[in-house]
Design a protein around this ligand. Structure first.
Ligand code: 4NP
Length: 150
């Protein structure tokens, strides 16, 4: 079974959304995959996702309320087959904790799944309005579809 970890900065906006979307796609399509999410920072440990992300996801029939933030740790390199990060800053922070080439090879930008080799970032919606959250939803959803049906 493939195990995937979604990573952003706070683990309250982008990566829990990616986890929720993956959980829905995995369930609906009976895919043999496990997914979790984490943040590179300690800012929001044990918090529920941001209410704006929860509201936006709910509009798309995805319930993020039960999720809780946790911090990415080096042992995640052993537990997961693939680690998808949202932006280049997350990429640098995760790679800084890698202790081998095989760990580094597990890490990629999420949007490289839908836009191969383009190194596009999922923008942080934290300081943006409702449309920012909706834009992030569609970007993340498309990448998750590629991962699910790869
Ligand atoms: P996320 O968004 O990385 O997508 O969860 C953020 C949430 C909180 C903060 C930054 C980004 N923050 O600085 O508190």
């Amino acid at each position: 079974m493939q195990k995937i970890l979604m990573v952003c900065l706070g683990n309250i906006c982008r990566s829990p959304l990616a986890e929720g979307i993956m959980l829905k796609l995995i369930k609906e399509n009976n895919i043999n995959m496990r997914v979790d999410s984490a943040g590179t920072s300690s800012f929001h440990i044990d918090e529920a996702p941001d209410h704006r992300t929860v509201l936006n996801a709910a509009k798309h029939n995805i319930d993020l309320k039960p999720l809780r933030a946790r911090q990415f740790k080096a042992s995640d390199f052993e537990k997961f087959d693939k680690i998808y990060v949202m932006d280049k800053s997350n990429l640098a922070n995760v790679l800084a904790l890698a202790s081998s080439e095989s760990h580094k090879e597990k890490v990629d930008l999420l949007l490289n799944a839908s836009h191969p080799d383009q190194y596009l970032e999922v923008p942080d919606p934290y300081h943006r309005g409702e449309q920012g959250f909706e834009d992030v939803f569609h970007l993340v959803y498309k990448a998750c579809q590629h991962i699910t049906f790869a």
